[in-house]
Design a protein around this ligand. Structure first.
Ligand code: NAD
Length: 480
């Protein structure tokens, strides 16, 4: 049985206490490899390695760092197929999705920040000839990067690339449910010439491994993506050290469909926004609000489309949805489905396991599920399900849809589907979220700020925002 190792100081090392966790396949419920169950000692070793590598890396010229990051991107592209297979086996996501979204995006993250760091410039100001001020941007030190399981390499590299571009060294704690591609990245970093100790990976549970990383005084910056409850714990753990924190957290995102939307065109896109990656994307629209004039027609056509989506073997090119990532997540989704039914929700389609070959009989598969008639006061409208389950409700006026959409502790994203752009601008302005898509979904321009309002996060990443977060700003004032 394959055993992953931690990646510390450019070497693959066994966890200090010799303990391992089982990785269970979401397709078969069988163990497929073991990963380190790292302890405080492993985390401290990784931090020391990152501290040791800091001077060499931070003193490199930006152009040298940029060349190395571009080499990492090239190597990710060269190993795209192996990385995509590993990602799909770990998460259960369709191989085509890993090939076309997850892995190319991981390469793009490195390329984008390799370029961004060459174009960054700072301001200076003249105080009427008395003094001049200028700004220096310097790396912060060792960055702690903690990532979730749904887009493993995509989201981890979204943190590693800007952190390195800005001259920091890093210690990563990938999700214990999906550690494989982060482990594979270690060899590619060595091959690309990333100096030893610049990137370190410690595998294992959120607590202790992630928590030690957050608490360690030698790590002045934490970039975290994951659930809101974990984000709250991280804020508490980091508070005594006054660390720089970026928190990308959960979402309960509304999809608002106005009566003038072209249903034939938008329904496949709304189904994609609901169920891509098994509905396990923080940005998936799980609360669909449809203007009452077209509610009946929309419901019939949407349900028909959802019933045509193929659920099954992620390695089969016809598959749109694979299994849910783990038994824990599967049970959570099923229990929330029960809450929806108890609150009067009617299962319009799904809610059951698909018919699959015997090899997948124990896998965590669920048909994409659409719930109608759920009352406004159900907790399901407030809670992030993070699986293939959406609700459908109707509204009369646009301001009602906005009120429904905003009626949640979360504020990550929303999408609006209409031909009336004046109306779309007004709705977009009134939604309390970090991103609004109009007539599209999941389109990401890496130069734009990304993050959540309310319980969906703290801070923004993307373009200049990432470069700001991963550097310390210093103003120098010179008397003339
Ligand atoms: P999670 O919060 O359970 O875990 C995320 C990471 O935090 C994992 O690596 C985990 O090991 C670690 N962790 C857990 N407890 C910790 C602790 N006490 N201290 C330090 N680290 C700890 O989240 P998840 O289940 O892996 O991911 C799903 C969640 O992530 C969903 O809520 C989803 O919306 C959110 N998410 C948000 C974004 C975004 O950009 N806003 C993107 C993807 C996922």
């Amino acid at each position: 049985m394959e055993q992953l190792k931690n990646f510390i100081g450019g070497e693959f090392v066994a966890p200090n206490e010799g303990k391992y966790l089982d990785k269970i396949s979401p397709m078969t419920a069988q163990k497929i490899y073991e990963l380190p169950d790292s302890s405080e000692v492993d985390v401290v070793l990784a931090i020391k390695a990152a501290q040791g590598a800091f001077s060499e890396w931070s003193e490199k010229k930006a152009v040298e760092r940029s060349q190395i990051l571009n080499r990492v991107a090239d190597l990710i592209d060269q190993h795209r197929e192996a990385l995509a297979r590993a990602e799909s086996e770990d998460v259960g996501k369709p191989l085509d999705l890993s090939r076309t979204l997850d892995i190319p995006r991981a390469a793009l993250n490195f390329r984008f920040f390799a370029s961004a760091i060459l174009h960054k410039h700072e301001m200076a100001s003249d105080m009427d000839g008395e003094a001049i001020n200028y700004v220096l941007r310097q790396p912060v030190g060792v960055a702690g990067l903690i990532s979730p399981w749904n887009l493993p390499l995509y989201l981890l590299t979204w943190k590693i690339a800007p952190a390195l571009a800005c001259g920091n060294t890093v210690v990563c704690k990938p999700s214990e449910w999906t550690s494989k591609t982060a482990f594979m990245l270690g060899s590619l970093l060595n091959e690309a010439g990333v100096p030893k100790g610049v990137v370190n990976m410690v595998f294992g549970k959120g607590d202790p491994a992630g928590a030690y990383l957050v608490k360690h005084p030698g790590v002045p910056l934490i970039s975290f993506t994951g659930g809101t409850a974990t984000g709250e714990k991280i804020q508490t753990l980091a508070a005594p050290y006054v660390k720089k924190l970026s928190l990308e957290l959960g979402g309960k995102n509304a999809t608002i469909v106005m009566k003038d939307a072209d249903l034939a065109k938008v329904i496949p896109q709304i189904a994609r926004a609901s169920f891509l990656n098994q509905g396990e994307i923080c940005l998936c629209g799980s609360k669909i609000l449809v203007q009452e004039d077209i509610y009946k027609e929309f419901t019939e056509q949407f349900v028909k489309h959802v019933e045509s989506l193929v659920v099954g073997d992620p390695m089969d090119s016809k598959t749109f949805m694979g299994p849910i990532v783990s038994k824990t997540q599967y049970d959570k989704v099923l229990s929330l489905l029960e809450v929806a039914k108890k609150d009067g929700g009617k299962v319009l389609t799904g809610g059951v396991r698909p018919e699959l070959p015997a090899a997948f009989k124990d896998g965590y598969f669920l048909r994409p599920t659409v719930i109608g008639d759920l009352t406004n006061c159900s907790e399901i409208h407030q809670t992030e399900i993070f699986g293939p389950v959406v609700t459908l409700n109707s509204f009369k006026y646009a301001h009602e849809a906005v009120k429904w959409a905003n009626n949640s502790p979360y504020g990550l994203s929303a999408s609006v589907w209409t031909k009336n752009l004046n109306q779309a601008h007004k709705i977009a302005a009134d939604l309390r979220v970090g991103t609004v898509w109009v007539n599209t979904w999941l389109k990401r321009d890496l130069r734009m700020p990304f993050g959540g309002a309310k319980a969906s996060g703290l801070g923004r990443e993307g373009g200049e925002h990432s470069l700001d977060f991963f550097t310390e700003t210093k103003t120098v004032c010179i008397q003339l």
